[in-house]
Write a new protein. Structure first.
Length: 726
């Protein structure tokens, strides 16, 4: 009797639990018996997935797909285990499989029916996925009446039917305002979408045309991959295909363990992240959500001699009524980003890449709220990406110890303004321009970080075509210049970021909000290594009631770069009423002539900035990547501009004196560790800190007795000590 998908899934899990090997494969004989056939097999699978992804990019009408490449395609076993993944955003390799497994576990095969040509949609992120804007198009692959694989494409949508601005809204705190969700609905058959589903989309989304074009692109990609899989099975046989796909996963698991043993040092690594969620002024209807909180997240990474890795988040703060809570599925997704771009970068990443890892996510925390169904999850990236940017710093430390110093890598996320309103064509809709390729990467121990284009979640991305964004959103792009003040200084500096500056033009009744991809604002993340400085903080400015029209008429300069944060160009060159919203601002009005500015901070540098080579400083000055002020203040380099040579010159003797002076200043400021500890202990005992910080510690101590005890022990606080909660 033919086994059901549910039975196959249960058997696969039991085999892994019993043997520690995927599907119980203790010896991957098939692929090893013919390495050339194995290589050709994997190459053809990967080529099919990448070709399908490129097909989607050409068919889709969405700039998110064409310009940002917010998509990926995966091939899965009948049980929902990832076999291979295309290029693109890697966060969904495991969550897409979790969506398939949820359908299997909830009797889709029996009660809904799964037949050749059926189409399913999934973005129910309380079950699997990152946030509602990521829609999964799922297609089963059959052979001789048997389901032998699944193909799944993910595309981030610019409009998911949420409250304004329609995608990733900050004021939304409940499921009902989070957008339209699909929990494995069968939306088509015979490779065609149902007419009633198309009609529902046309009624539900302001940008239904974009949504449906994306679906057509995803379906075309899935059909392409299905054809290639069917062709492969026809050539090699079904049993060979079935065994080979399972062995690909097991081989990757073993290879990943070998990489971890080679590149990491067993031990315990600790870091900490904080998240700032400011909701007190947000226009939410659920009043308990109107509060500002900061959440602490201690992170402990334990690596054993076999290469297995445990990420333990004991001590993390509580979940809340906001859209920033993470989920276990989302945390696995963001871990996949870090792994695929650092450890498993050879194109063979699949479920096996993740099997050596374990996540310990205490229930009730911001990483694992428990019952996520009632919650909004539009901005879970704010929490997950901040967490794993810190974890990348931890991974870089262990790379350094093993000598893989060129492999060290770090990243940080981008922010921008999301809008909704009437565009230049008179249509009311979400107005998002996601210029995600504006971030520099962290420094390694042998080189400076990469300048813009280093966003790790989608490493192929750049800023996109400015004219495409201008045709799509009622704004004009004012700047493509690097920001010298964004970098993390060090012996090797981080890459620089590129501020986003836009002039609102051609729209009306526009409301601004935030496109949130990070959780910090006032508290800088700890991303510098070995004495390297962290990158700059987010500088966000909105210029209202400007004199831009007059400046243009008089052909006078507009603002095209940030300049010094202490005296920014926008404040000097433009007459305006200026506001500086934080990273999760409440909605604000925008009008033609207003200017929005988002200047991100980069990740961290590596090593002491006073040890940076003077030649590198001079080169950065000549290229406009630092200023003379930065050279002197951070790097201790005395420079002057030679007007005749039109280049910068470094005075080596003056620089040596300056560096000696700065080291002496450091010693004068320095406090013995014991003295520092005593001062902080007394401050804690007297509870002399901001109410938000007090509530932050109270939240973590409420959920974790071990965290509370360790905190009290370290700071020599009484056993009865508790933070005061206002």
């Amino acid at each position: 009797m033919k086994k059901t998908l549910k039975e196959k899934l249960a058997e696969s899990r039991q085999a892994y639990a019993a043997t520690g090997c995927y599907a119980g494969i203790t010896e991957p004989r098939l692929l090893r018996s013919d390495p050339i056939a194995a290589e050709l097999f994997h190459s053809r699978l990967l080529a099919a997935l990448i070709a399908g992804r490129e097909t989607t990019k050409m068919i889709s009408g969405s700039p998110y797909v064409r310009e940002v490449a917010e998509l990926a395609i995966g091939l899965y076993t009948p049980e929902g285990h990832n076999i291979a993944q295309s290029t693109g955003i890697q966060a969904h390799s495991r969550p897409m499989g979790e969506a398939i497994q949820w359908m299997i576990e909830h009797d889709w095969e029996e009660k809904v029916g799964i037949a050749p040509g059926d189409l399913f949609w999934f973005n129910e992120c309380s079950v699997a996925g990152m946030h509602p804007a990521d829609v999964y198009d799922i297609l089963p692959v059959f052979r001789e009446g048997e389901l032998v694989a699944w193909v799944c494409t993910v595309i981030m949508e610019m409009d998911i039917g949420a409250v304004s601005p329609g995608c990733m809204p900050v004021p939304n705190v409940e499921r009902a305002t989070d957008g339209v969700r699909f929990a494995g609905e069968k939306v088509g058959s015979h490779d065609q979408l149902r007419h009633d589903i198309v009609t529902k989309c046309e009624m539900s989304f302001d940008m239904a045309d974009m949504f449906l074009l994306d679906r057509k692109g995803a379906i075309a990609a899935n059909l392409h991959v299905r054809r290639e899989v069917e062709k492969l099975i026809g050539e090699c046989g079904l049993e060979w295909f079935r065994t080979a796909t399972c062995e690909l996963i097991e081989e990757e698991r073993r290879n990943q363990l070998a990489r971890l043993r080679q590149r990491t040092v067993p031990g315990r690594y600790r870091n900490v992240i904080s998240f700032e969620y400011y909701m007190a002024q947000q226009p939410t209807s659920w009043l308990p959500a109107k509060r500002d909180v900061i959440r602490l997240a201690p992170m402990e990474t334990r690596i054993d001699a076999s290469g297995r890795v445990v990420l333990d988040f004991e001590g993390a703060g509580e979940w809340g009524w906001h859209s920033f809570n993470a989920t276990p599925s989302g945390m696995w997704g963001c871990l996949a980003i870090g792994i695929v771009q650092t450890l498993s970068w050879d194109g063979r990443a699949n479920l096996g890449s993740l099997l050596p890892f374990e996540l310990e996510l205490p229930r009730g925390t911001v990483f694992n709220p428990g019952d996520t169904r009632p919650l909004a999850q539009a901005n879970t990236w704010a929490t997950t990406i901040e967490t794993f940017s810190a974890w990348m710093a931890t991974l870089s430390q262990t790379y350094f110890m093993r000598g893989f110093r060129e492999e060290m890598l770090g990243f940080r996320s981008a922010y921008s303004i999301a809008m909704v309103g009437y565009d230049q064509y008179g249509q009311r809709r979400p107005l998002l321009a996601a210029c995600t390729g504006t971030i520099g990467s962290a420094a390694s121990a042998v080189r400076d970080g990469l300048d813009p284009g280093a966003l790790l979640p989608t490493p192929e991305v750049d800023r996109g075509n400015a004219e495409i964004w201008e045709a799509f959103v009622p704004h004009l792009d004012l700047s493509h210049r690097l920001d010298p003040y964004s970098a993390g200084a060090g012996r090797y500096r981080s890459g620089l970021c590129m501020p986003i500056m836009n002039l609102i033009h051609g729209g009306r009744e526009i409301v601004g909000s935030a496109l949130v991809s990070g959780g910090t604002y006032g508290i800088l993340p700890n991303l510098g290594l070995s004495g390297g400085y962290p990158g700059g903080k987010l500088i966000r400015a909105v210029l209202h009631d400007t004199n831009v029209a007059q400046l243009i008429a008089e052909r006078r300069p507009l603002v095209h770069e940030l300049g010094s944060p202490a005296d920014p160009d926008y404040a000097r060159l433009i007459e305006a009423r200026i506001s500086h919203p934080h990273h999760v601002p409440e909605p604000f009005a925008l009008a033609n002539g207003d200017i929005t500015i988002d200047a991100h901070g980069a990740p961290g540098g590596f090593g002491d900035p006073l040890e940076r080579e003077l030649e590198a400083i001079c080169r950065d000055l000549d290229n406009g990547l630092i200023t003379a002020e930065i050279a002197a203040r951070l790097y201790g380099a005395e420079a002057r501009f030679d007007t005749r040579m039109q280049s910068w010159q470094i005075d080596e003797d003056a620089s040596a004196r300056r560096r000696r002076e700065k080291r002496a200043e450091r010693l004068a400021r320095a406090v013995p560790a014991r003295e520092f500890w005593v001062g902080r202990s007394r401050q804690l005992a007297a509870r002399e800190f901001d109410p938000l910080i007090s509530e932050m510690y109270a939240s973590s101590m409420k959920l974790s007795e071990s965290f509370a005890q360790e905190f009290r022990d370290f700071w020599a606080l009484p056993a009865s000590w508790q933070p005061e909660v206002p």
